[in-house]
Design a protein around this ligand. Structure first.
Ligand code: TNX
Length: 566
């Protein structure tokens, strides 16, 4: 039953808490919410945790309790009536149930996902200061409510490019915290590209000694310029494992991407023998599509890939390994002769495979590379994800397509019986401008993607009837060519990722832009408390760092003016 009732009459039940609960502004909106009369005071509440609850879920609950104690400044009472976390084996992995009445909060789930999401919903129902990590004066009550909730899509991803610009372990964890708050469950980590190799690979040390560093970075859109400043960085395997674990504790799987056979200039610079010409190559200081890619004719390239991917699979336990596959040949460069066209070894390989000469030949050769790598990854019990270019050949069973050049790739893949993840650039590229006033925004790669456009995306539109189950979910991508600071990173991410979260989580009929837009005020307060930047372009404050000066009175007035219409 889908319903939402707002009967916030504000009856005070416990003397230490005030009468009225906050407005219900949870993003993504739970799928079944009933707000009832009354409030539950969380200050110094009792906490019971069912011993049948697994250790990871117990730890997630522990983090919630810790946040509660810090923000309210009052210890909870273990074993006493109040919050009652119960194991319910009949619930799906990401499903949860919350029942708040005047003196008890029942929370039920079967495992980590469900408990994490229940806690996140509770946090968003509380004053934003719960996210602040310090004691705060606030109205520490939850409204009485019943919430039944589970996500629409099983794959709810966000991507992060750390090759073009590098983000520290601490920053990446903060990114994961923000994803957790909006119930995303997959981080697609773009770890290698032309401009920098970021994963330590013990059997190929030059990948990080050489490939993690570039001599300079182009200035603005002048691709031939360079600021002359050495730039780079990489993660040690211990650091990568630490991030994987941090994410896993929050119900988030990290999918690593090793982009191949294109976007490999950093690796070629480290080991020039992996290219068709043998180089020399230079870690790219500019953006775009590089002509130099891995040689598909040399056996040692496949040995290299297998060794690298073995270490990658050792670090990342994810079911999926992303092998890239995008932009091996610049589609806009019609005149170009690509290295594979003229490389004797690639040509010998084509002859050996019976590939006929012609414009399709190089795509068929890419298909051979994909299939070989896929076979290797499958032999380790994992599956591949590839950008939609890999659809251009005959795909082996079990590959998943990431549809970025619009939705057509994903729709075609699903119709052919392949799984697909939708990341169409026209709705899900967060490196694009946030509106038409480009001159007021920081420099971007291009595009125009306001939060409302993101919100309007419906992933099953156009999908062949009967093939819907092949659409595993939705992801947005954050490429960082033009993004150099965390302040800018979060400005690009938020609140567009909040809009994304409703596409991923909410049933079709639960989406409502007006309600979502009104809820953003609470989200902005949450992000303020987390110390994370966001864009206010959707409030007409265009550009980086254009936040209204908000003292308490201004904020109250602002919120009053922007009250939800429902
Ligand atoms: C295309 S999306 C790319 C990236 C760029 C991005 C910029 C994809 C698979 N490849 O290499 O960073 O455009 O928007």
């Amino acid at each position: 039953m889908k319903r939402i009732l707002f009967i916030l009459t504000g009856v005070a039940v416990l003397a230490s808490c005030s009468r009225k609960a906050e407005t219900f502004s949870v993003i993504p909106m739970p799928n079944d919410v009933t707000i009832e009369k009354g409030t539950f005071c969380v200050k110094g509440a009792g906490i019971k945790i069912d011993p049948a609850i697994d250790k990871e879920s117990g730890e997630a609950i522990g983090r919630f309790v810790q946040a509660l104690e810090t923000a309210t400044g009052k210890k909870t009472k273990p074993g006493k009536d109040g919050f009652d976390f119960k194991y319910n084996p009949n619930m799906a992995a990401e499903e949860y149930f919350i029942n708040i009445d005047n003196d008890e909060v029942d929370v039920e789930a079967s495992c980590l996902g469900g408990f994490v999401y229940a806690c996140e919903t509770l946090k968003q129902m509380l004053p934003a200061a719960i996210y602040g990590g310090k004691k705060a004066k606030a109205n520490w009550v939850l409204p009485c409510a019943k919430i039944f909730d589970q996500p629409r899509f099983g794959y709810r991803g966000m991507h992060l490019d750390c090759s073009r610009h590098f983000w520290s372990v601490e920053e990446t964890k903060r990114y994961i915290d923000v994803m957790t708050a909006y119930k995303l469950n997959t981080l697609h980590w773009h770890l290698t590209d032309d401009q920098g190799w970021r994963i330590e690979i013990k059997s190929y040390p030059r990948l990080t000694e050489v490939g993690a560093w570039r001599d300079g970075t182009c200035i603005g859109k002048d691709m031939d310029s360079s600021d002359g400043i050495r730039y780079g960085g990489y993660y040690t395997q211990d650091q990568l494992r630490d991030v994987v674990q941090y994410a896993a504790a929050r119900g988030i799987t990290v999918i690593p991407e090793v982009d191949l056979p294109g976007h490999m200039v950093a690796a070629l610079t480290s080991y020039p023998e992996l290219g068709c010409t043998g180089g020399p190559y230079k870690v790219w200081p500019r953006w775009g599509i590089a002509k130099d890619i891995l040689c598909a004719g040399k056996e040692e390239v496949f040995t290299f890939l297998e060794n690298v991917l073995s270490e990658v699979m050792d670090i990342f336990p994810s079911k999926y390994i992303h092998i890239g596959g995008d932009e091996c040949f610049d589609p806009f460069d019609k005149e170009a002769v690509f290295p594979w066209d003229v490389c004797p070894k690639c040509n010998a390989r084509m002859r050996q495979l019976g590939i006929k000469k012609g414009p399709e030949a190089k795509h068929q050769l890419q298909n051979y590379v994909t299939a070989r790598v896929q076979k290797f990854i499958n032999s380790k019990g994992r599956n591949i994800i590839g950008w939609d270019e890999i659809l251009e050949g005959d795909l082996a069973e079990g590959s998943t397509i990431m549809s970025w050049r619009g939705t057509a790739g994903g729709i075609k893949a699903a119709a052919k019986g392949f799984d697909a993840i939708m990341t169409p650039y026209d709705y899900a590229y967060f490196d694009y401008y946030q509106g038409p006033e480009r001159d007021k925004e920081p420099l971007c790669i291009g595009g125009n993607l306001p939060v409302e456009t993101v919100y309007s995306y419906e992933p099953l539109d156009g999908v062949t009837p009967g093939a819907e189950d092949h659409i595993l979910g939705v992801q947005a991508n954050l490429w960082t060519e033009y993004i150099t600071t965390p302040e800018h990173l979060y400005y690009m991410l938020l609140p567009r990722m909040c809009a994304l979260s409703e596409i991923q989580w909410c049933d079709r009929d639960r989406k409502d832009y007006n309600r979502f837009n009104a809820s953003l005020d609470h989200t902005f307060a949450i992000l303020d408390a987390m110390g994370v930047n966001y864009s206010l372009d959707c409030r007409g404050l265009v550009g980086l760092g254009r936040k209204p000066a908000r003292n308490a009175a201004e904020l109250a007035e602002y919120l009053e003016k922007n009250k939800p219409s429902w």
